[in-house]
Ligand binder design. Structure first.
Ligand SMILES: NC(=O)c1ccc[n+]([C@@H]2O[C@H](COP(=O)([O-])OP(=O)(O)OC[C@H]3O[C@@H](n4cnc5c(N)ncnc54)[C@H](OP(=O)(O)O)[C@@H]3O)[C@@H](O)[C@H]2O)c1
Length: 343
């Protein structure tokens, strides 16, 4: 079975990662690439990493009509710009996995508070399914629109949701300290991402409330049914890709928390719980769609959980493909590897 696919935002980091993943997918076949400032060029002129037929494909404008035979559209566009493309694709009868933040919230007020822009089609919020695959796959199957989670929320929500569900973690006193590789901010030119600004340094940003804190609170609360508030501080690291989130948690019986995580993720292909006390590293997940989780008890009522992903894979394009596989009834792991690039 061959399903034709379009990638809008193909010249960005997540779009080009999708091209790479789909290259070996047995059912999805990329037939259309959309871009913005680079439209009109051949994909190979803009993306040094691709070869073969797609390299000579001319990049369409991201708002150009989609080919008739396309059944699935990945929108890998900046928030604000993605919403209209998503709506156009749905109106043309396509299914969509949106990698932007435009459909991750259920309330227009929260979307506006987090992103400071008006949304052109909030009427689609209700239909969009939040694509944290391990917790929402039942709803993803059969949906038309999946809102792929943010990278920071993916790394924190995976371990946090089962612990909150247990009722043993204080859901109002969660501190999350995250570090991201520079590709997390996308490919477009920004002064703070110049080599000299990022290399050999570490900087915090995003206070008092980073936009992903809204997403974490909304989905930790909704998927665990515990009202949740987080203090979230992100940092940029001098590495191309990778993300490490450290969760400082308080509550009751932390000696039982490792077993809760083990039970939750026992049959998950892309979540790897390390033995208690062992902590993960970004190098061990680079290039894979895996989330590695470690937990250490640090007090009678306290534990630290560390979670690592590759921001471009489980944090973006890998999870987007995982969700697309579920949407179309394919094996969830198709085109994805749990094995990292090593060294
Ligand atoms: N990077 C990550 O780790 C990550 C993780 C999770 C989610 N996301 C989300 O995924 C989306 C894409 O991220 P990215 O890192 O791939 O971004 P990126 O590298 O900056 O790429 C953005 C893409 O969108 C196109 N574009 C830029 N401005 C546009 C506009 N006004 N209208 C239409 N298209 C426009 C660009 O085309 P041209 O190159 O032709 O200008 C490019 O193809 C964003 O919403 C981001 O928040 C990113």
């Amino acid at each position: 079975m061959n399903t034709s696919v379009a990638i809008l935002g193909a010249t960005g980091y997540t779009g080009s990662e999708l091209i790479r993943l789909l290259d070996t997918h047995p059912h999805f076949n990329v037939v259309h690439l959309g871009a913005h400032s680079q439209a009109g060029k051949k994909a190979g002129e803009v993306l040094p990493g691709i070869s073969g037929k797609l390299a000579s494909t001319v990049l369409a404008k991201s708002d150009a009509p989609l080919p008739e035979d396309v059944a699935l559209v990945f929108t890998a566009l900046p928030h604000g710009a993605a919403a209209q493309s998503v709506k156009n694709a749905l109106d043309a009868g396509k299914k969509v996995v949106d990698l932007s933040a435009d459909f991750r919230h259920k309330s227009h007020d929260i979307y506006k508070a987090a992103y400071q822009v008006e949304h052109p089609c909030p009427e689609l919020f209700e239909e969009a399914v939040y694509g944290l695959t391990e917790f929402t796959r039942d709803r993803i199957q059969g949906s038309r629109l999946v809102a792929n989670p943010g990278c920071y929320p993916t790394s924190t929500l995976l371990p946090l949701i089962p612990l909150l569900k247990s009722g043993l973690v204080d859901s109002e006193k969660i501190i999350i300290d995250s570090k991201s590789g520079a590709s997390g901010a996308g490919r477009s030119a920004k002064t703070e991402l110049l080599y000299c600004e990022v290399n050999e340094g570490l900087s915090a940003y995003g206070l008092p409330k980073h936009r992903h804190a809204w997403e974490m609170e909304e989905w930790a609360g909704s998927l665990s049914t515990q009202h949740t508030s987080v203090r979230f501080v992100p940092h940029i690291m001098p590495m191309s890709r990778g993300m490490l989130s450290t969760l400082h948690l308080t509550g009751n019986r932390p000696e039982t928390w490792h077993a809760i995580l083990a039970e939750t993720f026992a049959n998950e292909a892309f979540v790897n719980l390390l033995p208690e006390g062992k902590l993960p590293s970004t190098q061990a997940v680079k290039g894979s769609n895996r989330c590695d989780i470690g937990l250490a008890i640090v007090g009678k009522h306290e534990a630290v959980v560390v979670s690592c992903i590759d921001n471009l894979l489980k944090g973006a394009s890998g999870q987007a493909l995982q969700n697309a596989n579920v949407m179309f009834g394919f094996e969830e792991t198709l085109g994805l590897s749990a094995t990292a690039l090593w060294p």
